[in-house]
Ligand binder design. Sequence first.
Ligand SMILES: [Zn+2]
Length: 444
Amino acid sequence: MGGSNAVDPQGGPKRRTRRNVNQNLGCVYCWATDAETGQPCTSRSAEGSNLPYCERHRREGDGAIQVLDHPENHAVGKIVVANIDLPKGYKFVYWGKRCRWRGCKGEDRAMSFRPNGGVIDPTGCEGQQVQFMACPGPSERSNIKCTDVCFGKTYDTSLVGREIETSEPVKKNHQLLQWYGSKEWFESRGIPRTNVGTEAHPAPQRKKKLKSATEGGRKRKAKGQLKPEVGTSGQEHVKPEEDVMLQLTPKGLLVASDLLEVGGRPLEYSIHRLDRERRFAVSQAFPDLGSAEEVLAVPTFQCALGVDLNPEAGSPETLVQEEMNRLHMNIVMLESEVYSQLTARGFFCDSVDPLTGCSMHSRSGSRYSEVYSAHKLLGYQILEANGIRMIPLVVHPQFGTSGYPVTIFSTAPPDILHEVLQAATTQAAPSVGSGSNLRTDELR
Ligand SMILES: [Zn+2]
């Protein structure tokens, strides 16, 4: 394993294998493993192709893995299984035809390509096995991650690809799993998400990093997750540590939206009354807001597509940035519509711009923490990402760490606020949810 050289019969550069992974180094030679020998393919990559595969392996796929039908659950469809023990860092290419995201036929399997380069659609590419990787179920985790390496130019017309690799060793017969969206995103497409591991083809199990509170949070169903507060006085005097662990009941909840869509991204919002502590934090953040009036908070969450916003999750930084810009643009458009409607009716409305940390419209005061706010109002867990940037993240029950939170504040009464939000989100994009599920109990 590693470092072995072989003479190329055609002359030219010698074939070398990677240092720690038994796979050809560079792109001149095919990246596949020969199924018969279990060794790296000795052929060169197909001439004129962007992809580091020989003709045969592009057609037949990499012998290191195989595509099978899920043996028990037909709803899962196909799965991808290792034929040999794969080390961490074994590379594959997620390849296909380049196309625009909109109108992409295979959008459920499309993967983002270069910035502005559209997406990679593997539909109809038989030898592209990794498109059939299942998504980890609720108690499973992914063992594949994308890297920043792309094959082909931004507007390439031939087959293009993006490098993916095993993020941990994968044993023979075990499944390769890739997390490619939020749970709710799958549900809205009618694609079930269940655990996909079997005895013959195990899946890696989720590590219990976050304690019971998050598990409880994740278990809660999308539609029923936000229930208006009912007598939570018993939770008022918990110790600070327990406060983080146990506080799952949304506070002061008046309205919880159905799952909506804004600018192609899933969106959820809820309307809350504020307790004294939150009300004080809001008046500090927006000095132009009088302290007497009642203010309602509308935490909104969009779900990032294709990337995880947790810096430790390993999503390529450029793609994370690109997706953050998109999410920012979406919320700014929605917020400005809500702002103009509410201020036209004489109400205060403002939010904190997630890019600058300053108020979007009125004077800026002290910093308002969206993460802490989501924890206080919705009971969502805070994940202290211990990476270089030390950014605390909200763990949304469906969106995980791909949730993008921005809270809108207004002095408008709940019914008007709700009406304006509904109109603004409907205008932005039609709902992807199935019918209204808003809990307006307190508004009647
Ligand atoms: Zn080959």
